[in-house]
Design a protein around this ligand. Structure first.
Ligand code: FCB
Length: 494
């Protein structure tokens, strides 16, 4: 992609289109791209150069952004450097028995030191956009008080380095690494944590606002709720259903307060939440399965979309939790106005569908990846993208995570053949292309992940990267999928 197109992308990323709630014709009318295999003309001459037109069956819109994603705790390492404080994931991963092989993010992919080379690698892949997260404890070691300039400087250098290479920075404010000092005061069960988050967000907006065109507030609140507070296999490792849904509310409140803080700075960028969505299907034709699926969908999707995009909690979920639940009693007057502060875009993350049985359980329908929670079903991606547009209107969408874990092996000739990942990405991108053709305003796509990294409770066991990381030497090796993705980006399709 040419520098000109990149510049357009950076500019476009910073402009503020339709706010949430804007009306329009979500699906059907004006399809953004032609559906089905075609040998369409090049997106634009400046993109293609003088050589022969690539044979591309699925061409994406000319302004479509191609990206990759990571998060701070998963790649940075440098756990004790430059004033970084401890987060709940430091505590959790150092607790024996919590993470496979006793792995921690202390070193991870050492991105904190190797970022210039990693940025060069992104440029070589042709990325338009890089999604990373900011570590709260590098900015405020204990989650409150005076900002740590060395932490802010790291992200300033990172953002500048990206822009110098023509890559748009996309920053997530919270990717699960809550300061341990705040956890000690109640963590997300405490309403005050949302206020602390707004202070932290304000610091970051004021320091980096002009450099970052797109901000994401909270990454996957559902995963904190379900894995951190229901199942307990993520930090903080609790199994407390009543607390879990209050935590959801405070994460939503944190999101809304951060959006308001962002507007107050007057910075020109865009902001939205990053939500993982799971299309829920009934496992059989029975009315009981249909009813169980509706409620399941409430807990998986509407509990996270409705407060932000509609200003209300789903009534079926509230009724199911009961009037004395900590969620029901924790919603104070005005909270939903804060939570539904207009956002500029919605970041969608998709990995797997869920099949719901008549008794409210789940069953496996499709083959899983090496992660047993993931069934590989690209049509689910189409279904969830079109559903969001149908149910919530034409809010601009970006996909900020989609990917496949594998147990890659570095061959003697220094190559990594991750054909399964190529197939996965191809099939999911084809589904995204279909969704765009059906009228979904999807503007960009980010593979999870750029690099192999610390995959939470399974540590370094599963590799999600386009780029293989040899953890012993920290050498980076482009996998087959990285070479494939580079070509997709340069052809703007495949
Ligand atoms: C998502 C997380 C991300 C990564 C992928 C595999 O839930 O946001 O950090 O672990 O799953």
């Amino acid at each position: 992609m040419s520098m000109l197109t990149r510049r357009r992308l950076l500019q476009r990323a910073a402009s503020s289109p339709a706010p949430t709630g804007a009306t329009g014709t979500p699906l059907g009318a004006a399809a953004a791209v032609a559906a089905g295999p075609t040998t369409a003309a090049p997106a634009s001459d400046e993109d293609r150069g003088p050589s022969a037109e690539p044979q591309v069956a699925l061409r994406f819109p000319a302004t479509f952004g191609w990206g990759a994603a990571t998060s701070a705790y998963q790649v940075e390492g440098a756990a004790k450097e430059d004033g970084r404080g401890e987060s709940v994931w430091d505590t959790f991963s150092r607790t024996p028995g919590r993470v496979s092989n006793g792995d921690t993010g202390d070193v991870a992919a050492d991105h904190y030191h190797r970022w210039p080379a990693d940025l060069d690698l992104m440029r070589d892949l042709g990325l338009d956009s890089y999604r990373f997260s900011i570590s709260w404890t590098r900015i405020q070691a204990d989650g409150t008080g005076t900002p740590n300039q060395r932490g802010l400087d790291f992200y300033r250098r990172l953002a500048d380095g990206l822009r110098e290479r023509g890559i748009a920075p996309m920053a997530t404010l919270f990717h699960w690494d809550l300061p341990q000092a705040l956890q000690d005061k109640g963590g997300w069960e405490s309403r005050d944590t949302a206020a602390r988050f707004a202070d932290y967000a304000d610091i970051v907006f004021r320091a980096l606002g002009e450099r970052i065109p797109v901000w994401l507030t909270v990454n996957e609140p559902k995963t904190v709720v379900q894995n951190g507070y229901l199942r307990g296999h993520h930090a903080p490792g609790l199994q407390d259903p009543d607390a879990a849904y209050l935590v959801a509310h405070h994460l939503h409140l944190a999101h809304g307060l951060a959006v308001q803080a962002f507007r107050a700075t007057g910075e020109p960028g865009r902001i939205g939440p990053a939500i993982n969505l799971h299309p829920c299907y009934a496992a059989d034709d029975s009315p009981a399965a249909a009813e169980a699926t509706r409620l399941y969908d409430g807990y998986e999707n509407r509990l996270y979309l409705d407060p932000i995009l509609r200003g209300s909690y789903p009534t079926d979920v509230l009724a199911d939790l009961g009037p004395t639940s900590r969620l029901a009693t924790g919603i104070l007057d005005g909270d939903l106005d804060v939570i539904s502060s207009p956002v500029d875009l919605l970041a969608v993350q998709y990995y797997t569908p869920i099949y719901v049985t008549a008794d409210g359980g789940t069953e496996q329908r499709w083959p899983t990846s090496v992660a047993n929670w993931q069934q590989i079903y690209p049509d689910g991606f189409f279904d969830i993208l079109t559903r969001v547009t149908r149910d919530y209107g034409p809010i601009p969408l970006t996909v900020t995570e989609n990917g496949l874990p594998t147990r890659d092996v570095l061959a003697a000739d220094d190559t990594v053949d991750d054909s399964a990942r190529v197939e996965f990405l191809r099939d999911h991108l084809a589904a995204a292309h279909r969704a765009i053709a059906a009228g979904v305003p999807l503007e960009s796509y980010h593979v999870w992940s750029l690099l192999d990294n610390f995959e939470w409770e399974v540590g370094y066991d599963q590799r999600f990267g386009l780029v293989y990381v040899d953890y012993a030497t920290q050498r980076r090796i482009l996998k087959r999928s990285a070479h494939w993705y580079r070509k997709v980006i340069s052809d703007n399709g495949f």
